[in-house]
Design a protein around this ligand. Structure first.
Ligand code: SAM
Ligand code: DTB
Ligand code: SF4
Length: 359
């Protein structure tokens, strides 16, 4: 029988590892039922936010994250680029908005931004925000001053992932510590921006690591407003991509992935739980289970930062089948005056604004 895992809708930061392990251990139907109950108490049940990612600076990253195609330590053959110019970024953002995205995330393959990069970064934030989209950036570690500059420019969210459990962290990344990550998250929090923090499932970790990963997020002094749950996209030439190719059984089981999403939803009821990387190789049924377990955001388009993604047509068909509607834009936080906007042509939101009957 289902233990009543959460008696009321109170948001808790005192989850114990044992409680989270118990959630993972529940019969799947009970776990997903509880996640859906919590989800409906805090979020619209049939709405999913569409987010678009853009790599504004690709490759050549000095960090050694074992999963990442953009690390100089990996042999992926990825060509490193310079920081994109502001105009090109705003054009891509306009296109994303015209395709129905309400959130635009810009990622740079940096250990941390250099102060000389900040003026262009600030212009990107202001420009995207002026288009009425939620803005998110992920640029590596931030100093207190850099976090303040981004907040003043109007950046809504900063993404900085803990990636895995504190215990497993050093086996995945050696060039910076778990504590370094927490320090940047503190700077983001102190600046007033919302925190986007999650990680990757399927890096050969144990169930206990997945419990530890959710526990670390759910016991932060304030929950991240946004929790991306990525399934490892195995990239040839990265430590983890190659490991997975050699030991196919290491691939995360779909149901275990759904359990992780459900545990995130139950322990962090108010957060957006983002079904992030890895959808390209996930069946519609698994994705539907993730939505049932409380995921309410996806990345659209056929590319993430460097890895392939499901693509708008496939997603539109899936939304129509499931009766899921694309979430409409929320009012942006008060911020700087709008800058001139770009347009890329016809509005294609209707495509993803499903609930319409399947073709
Ligand atoms: N350089 C910045 C940093 O790491 O802070 C930002 C970019 S990084 C690509 C953002 C996140 O994407 C990582 O923390 C990781 O969780 C996720 N990610 C990167 N490569 C991935 C892969 N191959 N599969 C799944 N998730 C991945
Ligand atoms: C996150 O946790 N997932 C997104 C976003 N934050 C920036 C990135 C996924 C990247 C997947 C691998 C790639 O495209 O290279
Ligand atoms: Fe660099 Fe970010 Fe990739 Fe790590 S995840 S290698 S920090 S781009």
């Amino acid at each position: 029988m289902l233990k009543q895992v959460q008696h009321d809708e109170e948001v808790r930061n005192d989850w114990t590892r044992a409680e989270i392990a118990d959630l993972f251990d529940l019969p799947l139907m009970d776990l997903v039922f509880e996640a859906q109950r919590v989800h409906r108490a805090h979020h619209a049940p049939n709405e999913v936010q569409l987010s678009t990612l853009l790599s504004i600076k690709t490759g050549g990253c000095p960090e050694d994250c074992g999963y990442c195609s953009q690390s100089v330590h990996a042999e992926t053959g990825l060509k490193a680029t310079k920081l994109m110019d502001v105009r090109a970024v705003l054009q891509a953002a306009a296109q994303a908005r015209d395709h129905g995205s309400t959130r635009f995330c810009m990622g740079a393959a940096w250990r941390n931004p250099k102060d000389r990069d900040m003026p262009a970064i600030v212009e990107m934030v202001k420009g995207v925000r002026a288009m009425g989209m939620e803005t998110c950036m992920t640029l590596g570690m931030l100093s207190e001053t850099q976090a303040r500059m981004l907040a003043e420019a109007g950046l809504d969210y900063y993404n900085h992932n803990i990636d895995t459990s504190p215990e497993r962290y050093n086996a995945v990344i050696s060039t910076r510590t778990f504590e370094d990550r927490l320090e940047t998250l503190d700077h983001v929090r102190a600046s007033g921006m919302s925190v986007c923090c999650g990680g990757i499932v399927g890096m050969g970790e144990t169930r206990d690591d997945r419990v530890g990963f959710i526990h670390a997020l759910a016991t932060l002094p304030q929950h991240p407003e946004s929790v991306p749950v990525n399934a490892l996209v195995p990239v040839k030439g990265t430590v983890l991509g190659d490991m997975l190719a050699d030991t196919p059984l290491a691939k995360i089981d779909d149901i275990e992935f759904v359990r992780t999403v459900a545990a995130a939803r139950i322990t962090m009821p108010e957060s957006m739980v983002r079904l992030s990387a890895g959808r390209e190789s996930m069946s519609e049924s698994t994705q539907a289970l993730c939505f049932l377990a409380g995921a309410n955001s996806i990345f659209t388009g056929d590319k993430l930062l460097t890895a392939p993604n499901a693509g708008d047509d496939k997603d539109a068909a899936m939304f129509a089948k499931l009766g899921i509607k694309a979430m409409h834009p929320q009012s942006p936080r008060p911020g700087p005056d709008p800058a001139p906007t770009f347009s890329s042509g016809a509005c294609a939101r209707e495509k993803m604004d499903a609930g319409s009957s399947p073709a």
